[in-house]
Design a protein. Structure first.
Length: 199
């Protein structure tokens, strides 16, 4: 058997790293950060505990990687919004994108994880700086959109939209599950902002 090329080695390493992140995300969401052991993560990722330390030197560094990956996954679509000139199109893309994400299995697991760590004080304390940095950017995007829509108080409207989206995600992911009227709630939000187009 021919030795692996550098490119093949990197692809395998990336695949293994992603598998660890996926397994840890699901376990942290279900069992909590403190309730999940490195051994459990290694087992779920189907690798040895020793090999796991080749990728992450601690459970905390794995937590950091999960959080950063989640924000990076959101950043791509958020950056693409800049190509849309119409503020209503930008807003609708955010709302549609948010609802589409929670329907996707892997994204849903990530958001369940995010909701679960928000109730874990020690974890949130550690992650506060990273979360605050990204949230500040998202809120600035919302505020810019609402300014362009001529909303009376763009800053407060940004907080309101963020709270609505967070509340919907919480209800869907943690309380009601598939019985939650996700599509209807999305339409409620979009219809509410459609009124600004007519003023």
């Amino acid at each position: 058997m021919a030795p692996r090329s550098e490119e093949q080695f990197l692809a395998l390493r990336t695949k293994s790293r992603d598998k660890i992140i996926e397994a840890a995300t699901e376990l942290f969401a279900r069992q909590g950060f403190h309730g999940t052991s490195i051994s459990a993560i290694a087992g779920a990722a189907e690798i040895s505990k020793g090999l796991m330390y080749n990728y992450f030197d601690s459970k905390e560094s794995l937590l950091d990687a999960i959080l950063l990956k989640g924000f990076e996954d959101i950043d791509g679509p958020m950056n693409q919004l800049q190509t849309l000139k119409d503020p209503f199109e930008r807003l609708y893309a955010i709302v549609e994108g948010t609802f589409a994400m929670v329907k996707n299995k892997q994204d849903r697991i990530h958001w369940q994880f995010m909701m679960s760590i928000m109730t874990q004080h020690e974890v949130m304390k550690r992650m506060h700086t990273v979360v605050a940095k990204y949230m500040k950017g998202y809120m600035a995007t919302f505020e810019s959109i609402f300014k362009d829509m001529a909303v009376a108080n763009p800053k407060m409207e940004s907080y309101r939209l963020a709270a609505m989206l967070d509340g919907i995600l919480l209800h869907y992911l943690s309380v009601f599950g598939k019985s939650y009227p996700l599509e209807e709630m999305k339409n409620e939000i979009l219809n509410q902002y459609e009124a600004y187009r007519k003023t």
